[in-house]
Design a protein around this ligand. Structure first.
Ligand code: DP6
Length: 327
């Protein structure tokens, strides 16, 4: 049995930063994201009786499957009552590990492709739970548009999955992604959040603030209030980075280009453009903007010496199936 699925990465508007269970990938608190249009991971999973181990190929190159990939496949086999090994072929339409959340689109596509290839038809919450076990943020990429990850409270994680807040058609919200010059990422988001929970003196303050940010962002999405959404998303991102910077040893995801973009965005906002920055665990900057401001903002960002590329995105679709083939 074979299935191919496509999924898109997401930008966290209220960040997931900290786990309460490392193994099951259960978060300390809720988070909200926007699934991004135009960036995709396409994954084909084939369960094959002749294989004696799971086989992985990423962007055409053989790769060693990580424990999380094997864990997700084991989860699917357990649900399907099968012992059959899988061949996984995955391709990204954007640079892998560039801080553009390839793990979110990767595990969302893997969850859908693997479950269908195994003959399972999971509902969206079930898919979201499965994707979460590969990478936390992936549970939100199951849905298009805006999604909220409900943290849940059960120790087995059965109530920890994402729900849709508003579909992609709800809001024509342009997002410019400024890719800045930088080297490879030194500290993964998993390591960064674990170190922040364990050592950052700002972590308790972060936890206290999150629920208020979730309320405000939910309201901003419902009312399509860019000013409110942008303001809270920017503050939330800056706080997450401050928490990481205060960890021991400190974590700095930014490069000089990050600051260059942040300063430019601030100046353009004072000059009247709609522009609100947010960074996940990497140096690149996503800028939420409006149809009126997007063209001028793009030109200004591209002119910055430390910016290598600017991509136009916005609300995109959830994980979808391209093809299923039976035996
Ligand atoms: C800063 O989902 O990559 O992008 O669950 O350990 O795989 P794991 O972490 P991951 O962390 C994402 C962190 C973030 C914020 C977010 O996406 O909410």
């Amino acid at each position: 049995m074979r299935a191919t699925a496509v999924a898109n990465p997401n930008l966290a508007l209220v960040k997931y930063w900290g786990k309460r269970d490392e193994k099951l990938i259960l978060p300390q608190h809720g988070s909200i994201s926007l699934t991004l249009q135009g960036l995709e991971t396409r994954t084909t999973v084939t369960f094959d009786q002749t294989l004696d181990h799971d086989d992985l190929c990423v962007n055409g190159e053989p790769a060693r499957p990580t424990g999380r990939v094997l864990g997700l496949l084991d989860g699917v086999r357990a649900l399907a009552g099968s012992a059959c090994r899988a061949r996984v072929e995955s391709e990204n339409s954007f640079p892998t590990a560039a801080g553009l959340a390839s793990s979110a689109s990767g595990f969302a596509a893997l969850a859908l492709a693997a479950s269908r290839a195994a003959g399972l038809t999971l509902d969206r919450p079930g898919l979201s739970r499965l994707a979460r076990q590969g990478s936390g943020s992936a549970c939100r990429s199951i849905y298009g548009g805006f999604a909220e990850w409900l943290p849940g409270s059960r120790p087995d994680g059965s109530d920890s999955f994402a729900e849709p807040l508003a579909p992609e058609e709800h809001w024509d919200l342009p997002v410019l992604i400024a890719l800045v010059r930088s080297g490879a990422k030194e500290v993964s988001s998993s390591q960064g959040m674990a170190r922040s929970v364990a050592t950052s003196p700002f972590y308790p303050a972060w936890r206290r603030q999150v629920d208020q940010d979730l309320d405000l962002v939910r309201r901003a999405i419902a009312e399509r209030d860019l000013n409110l959404l942008g303001r809270v998303a920017e503050e939330n991102a800056m706080r997450m980075h401050a928490v990481a910077m205060a960890a021991e040893p400190p974590i700095l995801y930014w490069s000089p280009g990050t600051i260059q973009v942040l300063e430019k965005v601030r100046a353009l906002r004072l000059a009247g453009l709609a522009a609100y920055p947010s960074m996940d665990a990497g140096p690149h900057v996503h800028v939420l903007t409006s149809r009126d401001s997007v063209a001028a903002l793009r030109v200004e960002l591209l002119a910055l010496g430390e910016v290598s590329e600017v991509r136009l995105s916005g609300p995109g679709p959830g994980a979808r199936l391209l093809d299923v083939a039976g035996p």
